[in-house]
Design a protein around this ligand. Structure first.
Ligand code: TXA
Ligand code: MG
Length: 321
């Protein structure tokens, strides 16, 4: 549950109007917000994150009826997606209106739009009264923050104000669905999965077309903790790991069959939604300890695990055991 402090919402909205950066909670991860109509504020987002200007930002809106102010040629079926998934952890890529800043869109003719469900985000958007551009509130290539403290660790005084809203319920970034091409395509998997979207659209969706616009989340190094992260399939070999490779942390969904000094077991959830909720927070905390590696046991290949498996795969070294 999050408490909405009206004065803090007003203060945040006012800072946004003045062109400042305000980090705020969403149900997925914390966002680094700026007035989406203010080019200088948008530039400051890229500088604060040290993110290349070619990587577009998502515009957050309070309500579906604002979508026409940002996008054109919105397909009729979008209202079905909105009715099912908004407000919520889904971002739609649509054709942008010509006057929308190229800073938002990485010079592409498309725009990412999301209506977040978090009550604090909703209150902020309604008070602000226009679109808020917000990437995840982390430095480029780092793990997205799921608490206000994590935002502070990531950005420190590069952000003018951090609006508190507790721990993010979803814990990984929104599903990105590209509707600007001939076929709907998922550019970034998330907790809303392809099957759920297909059911609403009554149409197949594909994954990441090769001609798709740039999505920074698809860079291989994205979402990495500083400690080396390695994907593993079994636990047995850890019994014989040389002492020199310890200490390590191991994220597993099973009860380990052995104990060993220097191996720090983390029992992860067996359900994908709970796993996603815990993942970034767990990695962030482990990153503060002096482990030589963080080993992550692979998750199932089913559709409902795709958002989680995408994030751990991107953060990991491309070494397989
Ligand atoms: O859950 C989320 O989506 C969070 C919260 C704060 O809303 N935001 C987030 O933003 O993850 P960011 O910037 O870290 O990731 C957004 C992704 C980027 O990889 C960006 O490249 C992609 O969305 N994106 C934005 N606009 C796009 C566009 N027009 N075409 C293709 N990809 C786009
Ligand atoms: Mg991000």
């Amino acid at each position: 549950m999050s408490i909405i402090h009206t004065e803090l919402i007003q203060k945040s909205a006012q800072l946004l109007r003045e062109g400042r950066l305000v980090a705020f909670p969403t149900e997925t991860v914390y966002g680094l917000g700026a007035d989406a109509r203010n080019p200088q504020a948008l530039t400051d987002i890229f500088l604060a994150k040290q993110r290349p200007f070619s990587h577009p930002l998502i515009v957050h809106l309070a309500d579906f009826n604002e979508i026409q102010q940002w996008a054109i040629d919105v397909p009729a079926f979008v209202s079905r997606l909105a009715a099912n998934f908004w407000p919520g952890p889904l971002t739609l890529i649509l054709k942008k209106r010509p006057e929308v800043s190229n800073l938002l869109t990485g010079n592409q003719n498309t725009i990412g739009i999301r209506i977040p469900a978090h009550p604090v985000a909703q209150a902020l958007l309604r008070n602000f009264g226009s679109g808020i551009a917000a990437p995840s509130a982390n430095r480029y290539t780092r793990i997205s923050p799921t608490t206000a403290e994590a935002v502070k660790e990531e950005l420190g005084d590069k952000v003018d104000y951090i609006l508190e809203g507790g721990t993010c319920a979803v814990g990984i970034e929104s599903t990105i669905l590209d509707l600007s091409g001939n076929q709907p395509a998922i550019l970034r998997p998330g907790i809303i999965n392809a099957q759920e979207i297909e059911k609403v659209l009554n149409h197949r969706v594909s994954f990441l077309r090769t001609d798709a616009p740039r999505v920074s989340g698809t860079d291989l190094i994205h979402y990495a903790p500083e400690t080396r992260l390695v994907l593993i399939s079994t636990l047995d070999f850890l019994q014989n790991l040389p002492e020199t490779e310890l200490p390590i942390a191991v994220l597993t969904r099973e009860v380990p069959s052995f104990m060993r000094e220097g191996i720090y077991w983390i029992r992860m959830a067996t359900k994908p939604k709970q796993y996603a909720h815990d993942l970034y927070h767990t990695l962030r905390e482990l990153d503060k300890k002096n482990f030589k590696k963080i080993m992550v046991v692979k998750v199932p290949e089913s559709e409902e695990w795709r958002g989680v498996s995408d994030r751990i795969w991107r953060g990991a070294e491309k070494v397989d055991f």
